[in-house]
Design a protein around this ligand. Sequence first.
Ligand SMILES: Cc1cc2nc3c(=O)[nH]c(=O)nc-3n(C[C@H](O)[C@H](O)[C@H](O)COP(=O)(O)OP(=O)(O)OC[C@H]3O[C@@H](n4cnc5c(N)ncnc54)[C@H](O)[C@@H]3O)c2cc1C
Length: 495
Amino acid sequence: MSTSTRYDTIIVGAGWSGAVAAKELTAKGRSVLVLEARDRVGGRAKTYLGGGAKIDVGCSWIHGYKEGNPTKKLAKSLGVEAHLPKPAEGVVYGPDGPLPKDKVAALRSSLSAAQASFKLPHPAPAPSASLASALFSSQSALFGSSSPSSDPATTDISSASPANPSEATPTPSTGNIDKTLAEGLARTLEIPLGLKLEKASLKWAGWETTTSFAGSDAAPEGGYEALVNKVLDSSKAQVELSKVVDSIKKTESGVTVHTSDGSSYDGQTVIATIPLGVLKTFSKEFFSPALPERLQEAIAGTHVGVLEKLLLQYPTAWWPNASTTGSYTFLPTSPTPTDNSSIEEIFEGSSLVVANFAAPSLPSPTPTLLTYLSETPAKLLLKQDPAEVVEAYHAFLVKRLKPLTNPPQPERYNLTNWLTDEYSYGATTTPSIVSDHGERSPMDFKELGRPVWGGRLGFAGEHTEMEHRGSVAGAVVSGFREAERVDRLLDLLAE
Ligand SMILES: Cc1cc2nc3c(=O)[nH]c(=O)nc-3n(C[C@H](O)[C@H](O)[C@H](O)COP(=O)(O)OP(=O)(O)OC[C@H]3O[C@@H](n4cnc5c(N)ncnc54)[C@H](O)[C@@H]3O)c2cc1C
């Protein structure tokens, strides 16, 4: 079935990039149809609503809130406030319990120093060199062998805020760093990176820190999903949910988009915001004519990372110092887990960062712990029964946090699975990965955003923004970028 309407633009996907592009194009008077595969708007913006809480289990932070992130302006224009959590303590647990503050400060300082020394190294190392190879070398500042850095751009998952854990100002290293603890802390970098340090390219380490929005992090009131819904609602686009696009074809006068229910839609132009993880699964025939070889290579070679969240909600906040602690970081107490590890061993062998949502520094405290799972534990845990994961994790938390009284069982839980979600297949793109001959570089993200078919087929989404990939900011910037480009093209086509 084909509709007789011919849209100026058809946007595939109603996540951040699609919503922004729709708002911008309709504001310019263009007719826009948004086709979304899911039965909801938001894509990787998803808010858990349970027990009165609103906790984001996809994106949660407006990074660089005071440093120019355009999401702030969008939120403000729609009357949505964002909260900058007050600083709260981040406690780090070693094998024997919480580490003393001065030890934690020294560990963090060494990690910052090591990161600073590997920031866009010159002369450029071999493209096959990994961040791990430098970070864990015997000369690494990670082990206290060089002076500390206070470059805030190098403290990635930091901000000393309860739900975006990591720490603030480094203090001078004592030069007496416990290697195992230092490595364990360094592994927490795998959470925001979305990949193991062994896969992250040393050559491009720190590339994004010079341009991406960093500094202050704020959480939008009511959650990210409600905000992106407001953005799309404020557009004049026609939005169709549960429409899985299964092919996009160039025609003599424009494009035709087909969906799996047999419908087809005609447009002058199309903007595909389909996540990179999903683009990777398509056959060559999805786009007709096929995409240029170079673009196909960038789609196949650019990496999509893993990041999952495990949320446990309790009747009361039983964990120690719940009113003053922003986050708990658990360093591994056993070897890196493998396919044969038990659920308990997966937790014991991983570096885990847990945000405490009971902290009164948050606008609406709730007795909830939210754990960030990096690639290794996430992949292993997703193979297990979620209820068993929760049971084992609760036992792990009790064992490590050692409450004085018997704690209650969790009332509710949520374990995300962005990795096998058929409309994302992963969390976000990662920084450039190692490659044998330098095939991979930040230019891949540029390539992924270049339009084809004389500009009639454009691409938006976090994976298309070289400067801001992997973030809502990247998706938003790409939405603005494509809306402007398509608007100009439509003017030209009308001449
Ligand atoms: C766990 C997690 C935590 C994160 N934390 C943060 C954070 O704190 N701050 C931050 O800035 N960023 C964060 N991010 C990244 C951020 O969520 C993404 O960069 C951003 O939401 C991507 O928006 P997008 O429009 O590019 O893609 P998406 O939101 O994925 O939108 C693409 C849309 O396309 C739809 N789609 C897919 N296939 C089809 C098809 N065949 N037909 C029709 N529609 C289709 C999808 O359903 C989806 O709605 C996080 C991501 C994850 C997963």
